[in-house]
Write a protein that binds this ligand. Structure first.
Ligand code: ADP
Length: 495
């Protein structure tokens, strides 16, 4: 059920291959597996068991039993918090191994995995551990005849489905609040990147969580994911992924009227006004689209620049991309951009680039494959200028290192363009005018606005979208609302 792996950085570890159910790794019922591929070398890493519908049923049963078991149910918030803190400590101890696995399986730079992604897991677990004994109801004063109060209760069994772009962090964003509130979980990993979270599953057991509280399964979306969403024993579905899949999940979850949280796609605008600090704007605009190989749901993939500074901004931005976006082996320290996660994603991004060329946008930078040692799903950082608002590269989510730059004349026009999309996840704006900054922030239809930065997310601050970018919020105090019911108790004081 384990295989010993060694990464190019010399790190060696025992990689679990099973489905993590009831604190044990088990085979899938029909022994089917999915092979994880290293996107840098296109070589196989290992094959991991993939859950069938019947395995999903076993995982849900384990979670249901654990939910009722006093070993979990009777724990105080303080005790749950202590378990979560222990888990955070273990993640910290195993940081280098977790970061290595993430880089091997996903292709993201090791320095990013180690200094940003793993610390985010630790921060999220610690943050929600702190809330575990501070998340209580209210007394509602309605006069002397009635005493009324509320209790915050866990929802029950939470099905959580995560994508491949941030395997560790997306899992932490979901596990943190769910466990804080006393739920039990069946977490389905993305079939492209299951390895890091299977390793973390070992730490969950070591931290002392009772069997069945956290179950972690790899599997295909249409098989394991769909079975989880439709399962009558699941009370809630939390999903991060594409808008198309989010819509399917919403429909399937309707069968048993499940509580749902969806965090889906985006085509987030970044607006540069004429009075902006262009050095600052180009620095953040680069981070906003080129980080994580452009595979970020909040990527500011449309850059809207006011006429008077259009040419200067484009020059600054081009300079930043050339200087910072070093494409290469993700285990090398100087690498900023690794490969796209899979061949399918690589082909998708290259398809969008082709459409941008065909639709007549100006290709300012990149636009081609950039293999390293003749291998890997690398795409050169790509910048299109003179983009028109009806072009595919302007309208659709590319999920790669490819940005569309367009010009605008007035603030009103910028707001209209920013909002002219079915999405509403992130947004960014650059100006030195404080009044305009807050005025525009209010007008933008998005879950998040970054003023003079981009994609500067924080685990203490709510994250989520409006329109077709999702329902509900993760992170911050707001993230707790997705994982508990508020029960009202009315006491007749005249009795
Ligand atoms: P992508 O197309 O980038 O892989 P998806 O939104 O399809 O993004 O995938 C995100 C997560 O949703 C993955 O864990 C995937 O397995 C899962 N998934 C995909 N299709 C379904 C489905 N029909 N039902 C449930 N989960 C699904």
């Amino acid at each position: 059920m384990e295989v010993e792996l060694t990464a190019p950085n010399g790190k060696t570890w025992k990689q679990p291959l099973g489905l993590f159910i009831n604190n044990e790794f088990v085979k899938s019922s029909n022994e089917q597996t999915i092979t994880s591929i290293n996107p840098t070398t296109e070589e196989e890493i290992c094959s991991v068991y993939a859950a069938t519908e019947s395995d999903v049923d076993s995982a849900v049963s384990a979670a249901r039993k654990a939910f009722k078991n006093p070993t979990w149910k009777s724990l105080s918030g303080t005790e749950r918090g202590a378990l979560m803190l222990k888990l955070a400590d273990l993640v910290s101890e195993h940081a280098e191994t977790l970061a290595t696995i993430e880089t091997l399986d996903n292709g993201k730079p090791y320095t990013v995995a180690l200094t940003e992604n793993v610390p985010e897991v630790i921060n999220v677990f610690r943050y929600y551990a702190g809330y575990a004994d501070k998340n209580f109801g209210q007394v509602i004063d309605v006069g002397p005849a009635k005493f009324a109060y509320t209790i915050k209760e866990p929802l029950g069994v939470c099905g959580q489905i995560i994508p491949w772009n941030y395997p560790l962090d997306m899992a932490a964003w979901k596990l943190g609040p769910a466990l804080c509130c006393g739920n039990t979980v069946v977490l389905k990993l993305a079939e492209q990147t299951p390895l890091s979270m299977l390793y973390l599953a070992k730490l969950i057991k070591e931290a002392g969580f009772p069997p069945g509280v956290v179950n972690i399964i790899n599997g295909y979306g249409r098989e394991a994911g769909a079975a989880l969403v439709q399962h009558a024993g699941v009370d809630k579905i939390a999903f991060t992924g594409s808008t198309a899949t989010g819509k399917e999940i919403m429909k399937m979850a309707a069968g048993t009227m499940k509580n749902i949280t969806l965090e889906t796609g985006g085509k987030s605008p970044l607006i540069v006004f004429e009075d902006a600090d262009l050095e600052l704007a180009s620095t953040w605009a680069h981070i906003g689209i080129m980080s994580n190989q452009g595979q970020i749901c909040t990527a500011t993939s449309r850059i809207l620049v006011q006429e008077g500074v259009y040419d200067r901004f484009v020059e600054e931005f081009k300079k930043k991309v050339k200087e910072i976006s070093v494409v290469g082996d993700p285990f090398e320290e100087k690498t900023f951009q690794g490969p796209q996660v899979t061949q399918a994603q690589y082909e998708r991004v290259m398809g969008f680039i082709q459409s941008g060329k065909e639709e007549g946008a100006t290709l300012m930078l990149g636009g081609e494959a950039a293999p390293v040692n003749g291998k890997g799903w690398f795409v050169a950082p790509t910048v299109f200028t003179d983009v028109k608002v009806d072009m595919k590269i302007y309208r659709e989510e590319i999920f790669g290192p490819c940005v569309a730059i367009v010009g605008f004349k007035t603030e009103e026009e910028a707001i209209e363009m920013a909002n002219g999309t079915t999405y509403g996840l992130g947004s960014a704006l650059f100006t030195r005018d404080l009044t305009r900054a807050h005025r525009v922030a209010r007008e933008i239809e998005a879950g998040m606005v970054w003023i003079n930065s981009s994609n500067d997310s924080d685990f203490r601050i709510p994250f989520g979208g409006v329109k077709q970018s999702g329902i509900g919020r993760e992170l911050g105090e707001a993230g707790l609302a997705a994982y508990c019911n508020v029960k009202a108790v009315h006491v007749n004081m005249a009795a």
